[in-house]
Ligand binder design. Sequence first.
Ligand SMILES: [Zn+2]
Length: 194
Amino acid sequence: MGVSPSHWHRRYRWAVIVLAALLSVAKPSLAAQTEIAYCIAFRGVTPAAQSSFAAMVARVYDDPRGWSLDGKVKFVRVAAGGDFRIWLASADAMSSFSTQCSTEWSCRVGHDVIINDARWTSGSPYWHGDLVSYRTMVINHETGHFLGLDHAPCSHAGAPAPVMMQQSKGTSPCHPNAWPLASERALAARNLGL
Ligand SMILES: [Zn+2]
């Protein structure tokens, strides 16, 4: 006996239901976007420095090579509050955030990511790259701390430095690198529950 047309219809219907179920299971991981709200704040810096800083921060957070993890994480700037604050602060103001922060380097204290204006303006004597790359690296590095990443060593001579290496103090024997390595992106993704 052949299968009646109504049987085919029913089987087809089941196939559609199974397919829909598979798609709905797959959907959450495809749409696993996380939003992180940040605000920008300043202490002891000029208005001109403030606007260029805000633009650069937005560019770095939007870049698929960074902690946006190819767009899976959206950094959204808010006027106040948010999940964390990123500061541009004068060297003199660094210790007002914590006694752990030095006048020389940038710093992260809890939900405050503080970029030292002295480093922002002139980079670091130990950094062998251009200033835009330095600024990118320092934003990624200090924000990486906020995302729960600790310092990472250079893996081997000639490799790109982990962004969580203290590259402001030198990158040797690694090359300067402004963006998180695949292993660092994986750590951030895990910390964000992605
Ligand atoms: Zn650090």
